[in-house]
Write a protein that binds this ligand. Sequence first.
Ligand code: NAD
Ligand code: GLY
Length: 356
Amino acid sequence: MEWITLKTFSTESKIYVGDDALASRLPVLTAGQKNFVVTDENVYALYSDFFKEYFQGAEICVIQAGEEYKNFQSLYRILEKMTGAGLHRTSKLFAVGGGVIGDIGGLAAALYMRGISCVQIPTTLLSQVDSSVGGKTAVDVSGVKNVVGAFYQPCEVLVAPTFLKTLPNRELKCGVGEIVKYAALSGKIFDLLEKGIGRLNDLEFLTSLIVACIEHKARVVERDEKEANERRSLNVGHTTGHALELARGWSHGESVLFGMLLETEAAIAAGVCEEAYGNRLVRIVREALRMTPITEADFSSVENDLKAAKSDKKNTGDGKIQMAVAKDKNEWTMWALPFAEYCDAIRNAAKKIVRE
Ligand code: NAD
Ligand code: GLY
């Protein structure tokens, strides 16, 4: 088991990576107070033995699986159950599941009695490499993703790669979207991924990537917890990705990969991203995208599905669309374009991708 510490102004979180993290940390974490578990129906069905072993006597709240349940109704249900279970300030909430459960469970922990301890136990690749770390919690409202939430750091994150063995291939590949994002930001992860791009189904290789991504994220969050500056880099590919996720109903990871491909090509064309490096990054993204069901036809009329980029949280109110893009190895930048120019740039990038 390896561990990474994340210290912010007010908290210190420990992130343990390794299958033994569960047996070594859970008995300690669950002892001596009331515990509350949030999970989804799929994870609950697959891991009933795990819940029996570690959460005897805890109140378990099972919500329906999927992004469409990351909403106020589910949050209200969780908070009602927490109140009904008589939790108090010293109680702990365990969020066991993918990014949806981590985000909504983390928000419930932040709100209940103005904040109780939260332990994140991520079970998808996406949540293990990214969403369980850094304290962003949220629900979607009126079709706007993550628009209501809080920064609320978990006290511990237990990352057990063994959960990935039951993850459907499509979900596994979705997590690759966030890994490629880290490759766009860190030369070390870029080299690791470029060399091992054919080993994305190998749990040992994935574990080394998980550790590297978490280490990168922890340092960024320590320097900029509330996303005033450097943390915006963790949104590479996300402006276009989020817009397409909403318009097309694709998964988050697939959308991020798709968005990263389009934004990187657009940034190369505009001279914002160095060409030779950008082309290597594009090759990695295309390789990762090959593993998703997205086809060439999906690139047509992409510009019609970008409206949601107008309500992206990175925008500053000057009417421009803000994108975090890779500039060169270990370098990134914010790139802002008026909406019409943004749509043109993405349309031209899509045309180039289809031509090649
Ligand atoms: P998800 O939570 O919907 O999980 C995907 C699917 O996998 C679900 O059907 C789930 O039931 C199933 N599943 C989970 N673990 C499994 C396992 N071990 N075996 C089999 N099936 C399993 O989606 P996700 O991709 O994990 O997360 C996406 C969410 O994360 C989005 O809402 C996104 O906004 C959010 N996110 C948050 C952050 C953050 O910093 N907080 C970062 C990135 C993404
Ligand atoms: N996933 C982006 C962030 O945590 O900031």
